[in-house]
Design a protein around this ligand. Structure first.
Ligand SMILES: *Cc1c(COP(=O)(O)O)cnc(C)c1O
Length: 389
């Protein structure tokens, strides 16, 4: 079985001692095995077509994914990070602007803001949770703030209505980072549904993953979609007419063809993730040293990962590794303490909630292809852990 980091995360505290004998954090061969005939046919269709970029597969995927999300336009690009950066640029966010981002997220959220020339300004997660909320955003707004990037982290949507109200009052753009939330619903609407502007990643380990890099922006705004189409292709609408200074972030036809096959299976695979989450909750609910992730009553969670929380994270990761259960920490180093943001003036202690989450979260194996036997092995391994006194 393939062992590959899930999400875009790196750094595994618990590599299995006995690979093959245990439970991998993520198995990327199983999804291909399940859809092999359809994927092979789709790839071969593209290879024979002689059309490899900006052709019929991209057009079809864009229209299918926009329809799936419940909006009018989708512009496919080369990665989730590019989707975020180009969306910010299309919204007119750039040098001199501050953009509010979660203190607890994958670094790509911050990097995209920096790449657009703006400054990421962290907002701590609300209460005891992992997501930002409207009150935290409002408290962080200054005259320099131009936009906010809520992240539907781990597959759970942010509470958008109050956040949109705050953003509207302060004249802020809202760009949703939906890289981990394909198919999730907020009050019955899919993440990305109009009037959202949302960026998705199709990194292989995401709920909707390509077989390589990919990303997309969805929007209900025709003009914004038009600017994004230019920004992904050297600022041009027509060959050799360059209206904007921009590079190349095209998604290729092979990836689009693969994504179309997998999109048809997304809801079913998300449902399998939800069943596994239910099983984890039923099996681990009574442990007083362990906090399990929850879904708000208004949310349909798509369980991109299943992060449990404990003060004994490193010991638990070690115990699970001994039992052959591979885990990952999302994310072991908070963004502001990464060397990449050393110059941001955010020393250790400045974002205590993000720092605690980085020390206490541990993600259990999660995905549509975790077998019943593997789920049992995970439950047994967690239940047999004795936290040190
Ligand atoms: C994966 C991810 C991204 C970036 O996606 P890439 O396709 O790897 O560039 C951005 N934000 C979050 C929250 C992610 O998990």
């Amino acid at each position: 079985m393939t062992l590959e980091p899930g999400g875009a995360a790196a750094g595994a505290p618990g590599a299995p001692r006995r690979p093959g004998a245990g439970v991998p954090f993520l198995d990327l061969q199983a999804p291909y095995a399940e859809l092999r005939a359809g994927i092979d046919r789709a790839v071969s269709r593209v290879l024979s077509s002689g059309r490899y970029l900006l052709g019929p597969e991209i057009e079809a995927f864009e229209s299918e994914f926009a329809g799936y999300c419940g909006t009018a336009y989708c512009v496919a690009v080369n990665s989730g990070c590019d989707a975020l950066e180009l969306a910010l640029r299309a919204l007119g966010v750039g040098p001199g602007d501050d953009v509010l981002v979660p203190s607890h997220t994958f670094i790509a959220t911050w990097i995209a803001v920096s790449a657009a020339g703006a400054r990421p300004v962290p907002v701590e997660p609300a209460g005891g949770g992992t997501l930002i909320d409207a009150a935290g955003v409002e408290a962080a707004v200054t005259p320099r703030t131009r936009a906010v990037v809520p992240v539907h982290l781990y597959g759970h949507p942010v509470d958008l209505d109050p956040l949109r109200e705050v953003a509207h009052r302060h004249g802020l753009h809202v760009l949703e980072d939906a890289a981990q939330a394909h198919g999730a619903r907020y009050r019955g609407q899919r993440v990305g549904a109009a009037p959202s502007v949302a960026a998705f990643s199709f990194y292989p380990g995401k709920n909707l993953g390509a077989m390589g890099d990919g990303g997309a922006v969805v929007t209900a705004d025709a003009e914004l979609a038009g600017r994004l189409r230019m920004l992904r292709n050297y600022g041009s609408r027509a060959k050799y007419r360059h209206e904007l200074r921009s590079g190349n972030s095209r998604l290729d036809e092979v990836q689009a063809a693969v994504l179309r096959v997998k999109l048809a299976r997304l809801d079913e695979w998300n449902a399998r993730r939800a069943r596994l989450a239910g099983r984890y909750r039923a099996g681990l609910g009574g442990l007083d040293w362990l906090r399990l992730p929850e879904a708000a009553p208004w949310a349909e969670h798509v369980w991109h990962v299943y992060p449990v929380r404990t003060r004994h994270r490193d010991a638990l990761a070690g115990h699970l590794a001994e039992a052959g259960v591979q885990t990952l920490s999302h994310y072991p180093v908070p963004v502001h303490l990464s060397p990449a943001y050393a110059s941001a003036g955010l020393p250790a202690g400045s974002l205590p909630r993000a720092e605690r989450l980085a020390a206490e979260l541990l993600s259990l194996p999660m995905g549509p292809h975790v077998t019943d036997g593997q789920a049992e092995a995970v439950l047994d391994a967690v239940r047999s852990f004795r936290p040190p006194e």
